[in-house]
Design a protein around this ligand. Structure first.
Ligand SMILES: [Zn+2]
Length: 317
């Protein structure tokens, strides 16, 4: 007989789903944490899914909600834990990149710090209560309110070949068109892989939109990942072939001002190609943006407004 499953203080019997909005306090600031816990009727691994780590990336949030609400716990083998709006204050404020109370990017704060600032304490809560109990971990993102992107997945290159192979296999099952290796620290999936948990960050959508075809693309990726991990025998259309990209080059603005891109998202570019320019408030050019390598434009900021230090675009090479 399968036993009950408990995570983040929620106990769930086999074949049952529980949905709660937890009340948390991080660095003295109250916030809500919507959480779904499904304890499958059958034995299997624990999959943790987060979305809304960046609060205005809506395709992932909606796909996570549908996954949590539509998965049948009687047909589930294993445990499914879904935090669909992991940064609720950022969601409520429609904040770009950051957590409003301390202005930090939550996805640079993992594994977190229980004595730190708001975002560091929230990262610690998510990591300690949810992610560290996972056998597999998926984090759903997209372009932020000010960004367009083509769908891709990011996996951490940890140096542990067996672990990296499992993350890569999971990203290929998810089936977004590109998979990029990353060595960035502080992110959800990087902290999870430090614990040996195969992890994928999936990016679909952007610009504050959540069109049905993009939500479906994310949902189909989740269905294929669930099947790949043995949690579900639900069918989904087969994944198109994924292209592996070795590296993701982030280009950032050196100035406050206006951004004039000269390429479109998804466009192939060559090393040395002009990608755009940053101008001052009178329109005078301050920075020429040049492709650092041959590759494809994975995301692109689409707002005219630009700030010093902000990303302009990324080239996957
Ligand atoms: Zn994001």
């Amino acid at each position: 007989m399968k036993s009950s499953f408990e995570i983040a203080g929620l106990r769930v019997e086999p074949g049952q789903r529980r949905a709660e909005v937890l009340e948390l306090v991080c660095a003295g600031v109250p916030l809500k944490m919507p959480l779904y816990v499904l304890n499958g009727a059958g034995e299997g691994p624990t999959l943790v899914v987060t979305a809304g780590i960046h609060g205005a990336e809506y395709v992932g949030i909606e796909a996570a909600l549908r996954l949590a609400q539509r998965t049948d716990p009687q047909a589930l083998r294993g445990q499914l834990v879904v935090a669909p709006i992991a940064s609720q204050l950022a969601f409520a404020k429609r904040a770009i990149y950051i957590c409003p109370p301390d202005g930090k990017n939550l996805n640079r704060c993992f594994p977190g710090n229980p004595a730190g600032t708001f975002a560091e304490q929230l990262a610690d809560w998510i990591f300690t209560n949810l992610i560290r109990h996972a056998d597999f971990y998926l984090d759903l993102h997209g372009g932020d309110m000010n960004e367009a992107l083509i769908p891709f997945s990011i996996v951490r290159r940890s140096g542990n070949a067996a672990l990296d192979d499992r993350s890569l296999a999971l990203s290929q099952a998810f089936g977004l068109p590109y998979v990029v290796g990353s060595v960035v620290r502080g992110s959800t999936y990087a902290a999870a892989t430090e614990l040996g948990i195969p992890s994928v960050l999936a990016e679909v959508g952007g610009q504050g939109l959540w069109p049905e075809d993009q939500v479906r693309q994310m949902s189909e990726g989740l269905a294929r990942a669930m099947r790949h991990l043995g949690l579900s025998s639900q069918t989904a259309p087969p994944a198109p072939p994924t292209r592996l990209l070795e590296e993701m080059h982030w280009l950032r603005s050196e100035h406050d001002g206006l951004f004039y891109p000269q390429v479109a998202v998804g466009e192939r570019v060559e090393a040395g190609q002009a990608l755009g320019r940053v101008a001052d408030y009178l329109g005078n050019s301050l920075q020429a943006v040049v492709a650092p390598a041959d590759g494809v434009v994975l995301f692109l900021v689409t707002t005219l407004a630009m700030n010093q230090g902000d990303p302009l675009l990324a080239v996957g090479a």
